[in-house]
Structure formats: C-alpha cells, structure tokens
Write a protein that binds this ligand. Structure first.
Ligand code: SAH
Length: 363
C-alpha cells in the first residue's frame, strides 16, 4: 500500500471526491510521495524507456535541429536553451556534443532545465553539469528561448468528462466500498451534474456519442501558451515530442505503467507512471493564441528521417563492431518504424510568426 494512498484517502474523506486531474497531479507530483519525486523511472530496470535512452542519435539530431533553427533566426549571440522534464539529461548531453561543431553556438548558449524531481535533477547534474535548474517554467530568464520537451506533456494532468444524457459530466475519484483505513481503494465516479458549458472540450470532442469519454489538459494548454508568449516576444523555437494524436477526439488514454506493464490507474498512486496521450491539436491552438506559428504535428519517424537519421546511423556503423551495428540498426528501427515509436510519437514545432519553417517540417 503506497504512503500516498493514505494521504489521498484522507483528503477525499475530508474534502470529498477529487477530479481525475487532481488525483493525477498528486500521484505524479506530490512533493514527498509523488511518483517522480522518489525515483528514476527510466530504462530497463525502471518503468519505461524513452527515445533518448534508446539511442544517442535522437539527442544528436535534436542538437542539429536547434543549431539550424538558431542560425535561421540570425544566430543570436545570447539565447536560452531550456529542456522541460529532462529525465536523466541524456538527450541534452547528446545534443550538446553535436552542438560543439557549430561555430559560435556554445558561447551564446545559456542552458536551463525545468525539473520537479530531485532524484532526476541529481542525475541530470552528473550528465550535464552546466545547467541551471528551475522547478517552474516562469523563472526562466527572458531572451530568445529554445525549448525542448520530450515525453513531458504526457505527464501533465488531464481532466476527464463523460457524456451522459444530461450533458458532459466530470469524472472524479472516490473511495470504493471495499476501502479500509489500512488498505484505501479508489474508483472513478461520474459527477451527476453536467458542465454548464462545453467550452472546456475541444470542438472535435463535443459531439461524441453518449457514453463517450473525453480528456482535456488545461495544464498542457497553459504551458504551451506560456512557451508561445515568450517565443513571440523574444524569438526562439520549441520542439515538442510525445505520443499522442494529431486531432482532438473523444477516447480514454489515461494509463498507468509499472515495470513496463500496464496496471490499474487508480491503484497504488505514486507507484506507477501515469500518462495520457497528448492532444496536439489542442496544444497547437493554445500556442497560436500565444502568438506563434505551429508546424506539424508530424510523425517522429518522418521527422528523424528528414533530419538524417539514416546518414547518422551509417556514420556510426562505419566505426562499429558487429554487435554495435546490430544495436544501431535496431535503435533506428525502434525510433522510426510505424509499428514502434515512429508513428505514435508526433513532433510539433513552434516558431515566431514569419520565421522560416524549421528543419524537418518542410513538406
Ligand atoms: N525527457 C526525458 C524524461 C521524460 S519523463 C526523456 O525523454 O527521457 C518526464 C520528465 O518530466 C521527468 O524528468 C519528470 O521528472 C519531469 N516532470 C514531470 N512533471 C513535471 C512538471 N510538472 N514540471 C517539471 N518537470 C516535470
């Protein structure tokens, strides 16, 4: 039984059922017992594996994307490079290695990480010592801003709504009948009172049939708009990579992953990774409201191929042992093939209005 379960059970007893978004925010981000606060979840020994942990090529190609975007905007002599939720710092370490080859770039770069997990921040510090850490986005310094976010938005809280005959009703988490003091158990329930207005839902969700479940992430939209406001004011770009869908639609995607297996979302909060598919249409709309141009989303496989993953793999294989060659081929396959990450994962770029289309997004 997780410590957080007892805390959440007490909260529900004292203040009543909580929205799914609140449950998710506590499960992942409770300052002491939240999932990300207490562990390194990445890799074979953890709960899930991400693209930068699969191959150095991923971070290297993103490094080159940053360099091209920076040059396309006149190579500003001072800029902030910020990564949101950098995990182990692997992506950035690989990107920085690629950026060393770009004249004038590293001296102009001021590196910042936005990270709430003390455990992961400590690992990041070992892999990338020269960053400045923030636990919020708004404390980043002003100036041209290049933002990288890989598998960050899927961890931001979502709200869930179910369409009933009466209208769209929010889903809450309550204590189940079998719950006890020592073994709290939770289950979802639909609030009987529908939303007064459907504005919170995307246009592509509102008319889904009765019984449908729809997810929205106001936290993600707010983040996208904050990023956009900075880029529209000072220049820069954002690259958002995650698994999700191109168009807003109804459907349940909230999931819990523990030791690479799916588990019950409402069981043992704080012990499993909770994520939801990213709604890229909603992100793009929020970003445009912040005054930037949105490019894509395109599929990760398409993006990596356009940036030259084949050529990079060939270069690496030229100096590789047969075992390493096999690893490079299989990593490229995992990152780009439609059956693996290539198609489920999408890439969205944001640039100032009027700036050149960033690398990989020219159709
Ligand atoms: N980008 C990394 C890690 C992805 S896991 C990779 O691709 O390997 C999600 C990351 O986001 C973790 O570093 C986690 O601690 C961080 N994170 C989750 N919610 C956050 C929040 N609200 N603010 C800042 N960081 C957050």
């Amino acid at each position: 039984m997780s410590v957080l379960s007892k805390h959440i059970a007490r909260l529900i007893k004292e203040t009543g059922p909580m929205p799914v978004s609140h449950f998710m925010a506590l499960a992942l981000g409770h300052p002491k017992h939240g999932y990300y606060m207490t562990r390194d979840p990445l890799g074979a020994a953890g709960d899930f594996t991400t693209a930068p942990e699969i191959s150095q090529m991923f971070g290297e190609l993103i490094g080159l994307w940053i360099a091209e975007t920076w040059m396309a905007q006149g190579s500003p002599t001072k800029f902030v490079l910020a990564e949101l939720g950098p995990g182990r710092g692997t992506l950035m370490a690989d990107a920085l290695r690629a950026l060393r080859a770009v004249p004038g770039l590293l001296p102009a770069l001021d590196l910042h990480f936005v990270e709430t997990s003390p455990v992961l921040a400590a690992i990041q510090k070992q892999n990338v010592p020269n960053a400045t850490w923030h636990d919020r986005f708004d404390t980043l310094p002003e100036g041209p801003l290049y933002v990288i976010a890989n598998e960050f938005f899927d961890a931001l809280p979502i709200r869930q709504f179910v369409r009933t005959k009466q209208g769209w009703c929010e889903r809450y988490v309550m204590l189940s009948e079998s719950s006890t003091e020592d073994e709290p158990r939770f289950e979802p329930a639909i609030m009987p009172v529908p939303q007064a207005s459907n504005d919170i839902l995307a246009a592509g969700q509102r008319n889904a049939p009765i019984g449908s479940l729809a997810e929205v992430s106001p936290a993600s939209a707010a983040f996208a708009e904050d990023i956009a406001l900075r880029i529209s004011k000072h220049g820069g770009a954002a690259l958002i990579i995650d698994y999700g869908h191109t168009k807003s639609a109804a459907g349940e995607t909230l999931q819990a992953l523990r030791a690479h297996e799916f588990v019950n979302v409402f069981e043992n909060p704080g012990e499993a990774d909770l994520t939801a598919h990213v709604d890229f249409e909603a992100l793009a709309i929020a970003a445009k409201a912040g005054g930037v141009a949105a490019h894509g989303p395109i599929e990760q496989g398409t993006f990596l191929r356009a940036l030259g993953i084949d050529e990079r793999a060939t270069t690496l294989k030229a100096k590789a042992t047969p075992d390493q060659t096999r690893d490079i081929d299989s990593a490229e396959q995992r990152l780009t093939s439609r059956e693996e990450m290539g198609s489920l994962f999408k890439v969205l770029a944001l640039t100032p209005l009027g700036a050149p289309t960033p690398a990989g997004f020219e159709v």
